[in-house]
Design a protein around this ligand. Structure first.
Ligand SMILES: *C/C=C(C)/C=C/C=C(C)/C=C/C1=C(C)CCCC1(C)C
Length: 251
């Protein structure tokens, strides 16, 4: 049996589960390729961007490893790998918060700001895990989803008009622009996740029941991860390159 699901997919014997398994496979490859790119590019960017690029690669590296495990789990048990999924997110989402901190540090971002972002992201994920991992098939799971959205809105506020946005503006036009793009990722890219959550919640989609392990939830999460994790890193890379070339044209 082909463990990536590719054979069935291309032989036309498509079923949702094989398709979803294949997106785990593609996901792990894409995350590995992105990791190589971010880490190898560390040599190309100015000194002050090295840590940001290191973190970008850590995010995709951690995801790549989890995707290998998640694909195996999903194929072996025909169940959503909820636990691995949230362990991955608990590591990678706070690292995305570190990216916001690193780009605004030049303008004086304090470590307290980083803790606020991390605390909000951990609260969002823990509340989501309770709804998805513990009360998945119960009517209360939407309540946990709602509670999880509150810290998500707080992060949105910080990056769009709160402290992060203010510091990014002080850090200069290039950082401000990059922060704006990252803020769009948080607004649109991160909003993909609640959609996955709703698809995986019993009766979540206006009372419709797609079946909690039908795979739609994982398909949506996998798309979200590829967009957000690789996208964040590319924004940081573009920022580093544009600052470097702005500086060298000044010199
Ligand atoms: C790389 C992984 C990322 C960027 C994961 C982000 C996850 C979220 C923004 C999840 C948000 C959720 C809600 C806002 C409500 C429902 C429960 C969650 C956890 C899916």
């Amino acid at each position: 049996m082909d463990h990536s699901g590719a054979l069935e997919l291309f032989a036309g014997k498509f079923n949702v589960q094989q398709g979803v398994a294949f997106t785990f496979f593609i996901g792990s490859m894409a995350m590995m390729a992105a990791t190589a790119f971010f880490w190898l590019s560390m040599r190309e960017v100015g000194e002050r961007w090295r840590t940001s690029m290191l973190v970008s690669g850590l995010i995709t590296f951690i995801a790549a490893v989890h995707y290998f495990y998640m694909r195996d789990f999903y194929l072996a048990h025909k169940l959503s790998p909820t636990f691995f999924r949230y362990v991955d997110w608990l590591l990678t989402v706070p690292l995305m918060c570190v990216e916001f901190y690193l780009i605004t540090k030049k303008a004086g971002a304090k470590i307290e700001l980083l803790w606020k972002l991390i605390a909000a992201s951990v609260a969002m994920l823990v509340l989501g895990y309770i709804g998805e991992g513990i009360y998945r098939d119960e009517a209360v799971s939407w309540v946990w989803g709602f509670l999880s959205s509150l810290p998500y809105f707080y992060i949105l506020y910080l990056v769009w008009s709160g402290e992060v946005a203010a510091l990014a503006a002080q850090a200069g036009p290039l950082v401000q622009k990059a922060n704006r793009v990252l803020a769009w990722f948080v607004l649109v890219g991160w909003a993909i996740y609640p959609i996955g959550y709703i698809l995986g919640t019993k009766g979540g989609l206006f009372g419709m029941d797609l079946g909690t392990d039908a795979g739609f939830m994982d398909l949506v999460y996998n798309i979200g991860d590829a967009i957000n994790k690789i996208g964040f890193g590319l924004v940081i890379y573009a920022l580093a390159r544009s600052e470097d070339s702005a500086e060298s044209s000044k010199a």
